[in-house]
Design a protein around this ligand. Structure first.
Ligand SMILES: Cc1cc2nc3c(=O)[nH]c(=O)nc-3n(C[C@H](O)[C@H](O)[C@H](O)COP(=O)(O)OP(=O)(O)OC[C@H]3O[C@@H](n4cnc5c(N)ncnc54)[C@H](O)[C@@H]3O)c2cc1C
Length: 341
């Protein structure tokens, strides 16, 4: 019989984050599909009381928690020790965890300590007979693979955006507190603070309803034979400010800055979508001045409704990839939309 262990870490305020709540829905669904399995949960964090409440009603027969000041911060050494203790106490054979940056650093080490196997970026579960199968995208190969493994424990880190966030009934989750000793060696790493750009300067907004992808067309000579970089920057930033969209870019556009060209200061390689960039998840997407194949086929795989603006009716978007293509001048169209907003 499989024992499915759901793992989560609490956030700074003690609650469960979005990815953890989504993965909990996924784990509950998986438990239902594997009817003969046991379902247990494990929590790590400074104070996990609110996390246990957030997970209420999930149906876990028991849960294990490791908490205290030593476990408040995201630190590989203490997280790995805590998660190892939870996995051993639960006798887990299948471990399902959100692919947060904190867990992405710690869970592979836990798999190693338990002699298990791990698959990351899990994109879905199915059960055939009693056999668990997972889906995973291989972006470069443009394939979605369905995998199964005989090795146990099998660790699965689940991508965000696949399941609805868990909103449980008020049925308190029982938790057994595990004591995990952290010595001074493990305490050597300390989190002293966060460095992040100011919210207003942050153009990557994973929770935005809209992804706005800019292509190299913004930097090309326009009808008057001139480039209009300043105007392009203003049109793009005005639109982002008014729509609260997240900003994506084609590779060609962000590559220009590394070639010493004068392009947009609010954009970096982190904005790149596509085969060698990110595959963000937003309900809607709008691409402007962008022709490229990679951003569309790969970068937009998880975007719900897709629209594009291009002067060229034969641009890449027109080849069946956009739901709506506006054959128009993006400078004029995006400025007009901002005005209307
Ligand atoms: C191995 C490999 C990996 C790659 N990975 C990625 C990746 O991860 N992400 C990525 O983006 N690319 C990637 N590429 C590159 C990709 O194939 C394309 O070359 C690139 O995306 C094209 O960028 P673009 O659409 O911005 O520029 P272009 O192809 O130059 O398109 C510019 C468009 O702007 C339009 N335009 C110009 N002016 C206006 C205007 N006023 N109004 C409206 N439209 C206008 C033009 O009609 C044109 O269609 C990869 C390539 C390779 C070989």
């Amino acid at each position: 019989m499989e024992t499915i262990l759901y793992l989560a870490h609490s956030e700074d305020d003690g609650s469960l984050g979005r990815a953890a709540l989504e993965t909990l829905s996924g784990a509950v669904e998986l438990h239902k599909k594997m009817s003969s399995s046991r379902f247990v949960a494990g929590f790590v964090g400074g104070d996990v009381t609110a996390a246990l409440t957030a997970a209420s009603g999930c149906g876990a027969e028991t849960s294990y928690s490791v908490s205290g000041p030593d476990f408040a911060m995201s630190r590989c050494a203490s997280d790995t020790a805590a998660l190892e203790a939870i996995c051993r106490a639960s006798g887990a054979t299948i471990v399902v965890a959100p692919a947060t940056s904190r867990f992405n650093r710690a869970i592979p080490g836990v798999a190693q300590r338990l002699g298990g196997r791990i698959d990351t970026h899990v994109g879905g579960f199915s059960v055939e007979g009693a056999e668990l199968r997972i889906q995973r995208g291989y972006y470069r190969q443009r394939m979605i693979a369905t995998l199964t493994r005989a090795a146990r424990p099998w660790f699965l880190t689940v991508d965000s955006g696949l399941f609805a966030q868990w909103a449980g009934a008020a049925a308190p989750l029982k938790s057994e507190r595990l004591d995990v000793a952290i010595d001074n060696d493990l305490r050597r790493t300390k989190v002293v603070g966060y460095q992040a750009p100011m919210a207003a300067a942050q153009t990557i907004r994973p929770d935005a309803k809209l992804l706005f992808v800019a292509g190299v067309g913004w930097t090309k000579k326009q009808a008057d034979g001139q480039v209009h970089l300043e105007e392009a920057a203003k049109v793009i930033t005005d639109f982002l400010g008014r729509s609260n969209a997240s900003l994506g870019s084609s590779k060609s556009l962000v590559d220009q800055s590394s070639d010493g060209h004068n392009v947009f200061p609010f954009m970096s390689h982190l904005n790149q979508v596509g085969q060698t960039g990110a595959t963000p998840r937003h309900p809607k997407g709008l691409a402007a001045c962008c022709h490229g194949e990679e951003p569309h086929v790969v970068g937009w795989r998880f975007i719900g409704e897709r629209r594009a603006i291009n002067l060229d009716p034969n641009c890449g978007w027109a080849q069946g990839k956009a739901d709506v293509l506006y054959v128009a001048d993006a400078f004029a169209l995006v400025a007009k939309v901002s005005e209307l907003l």
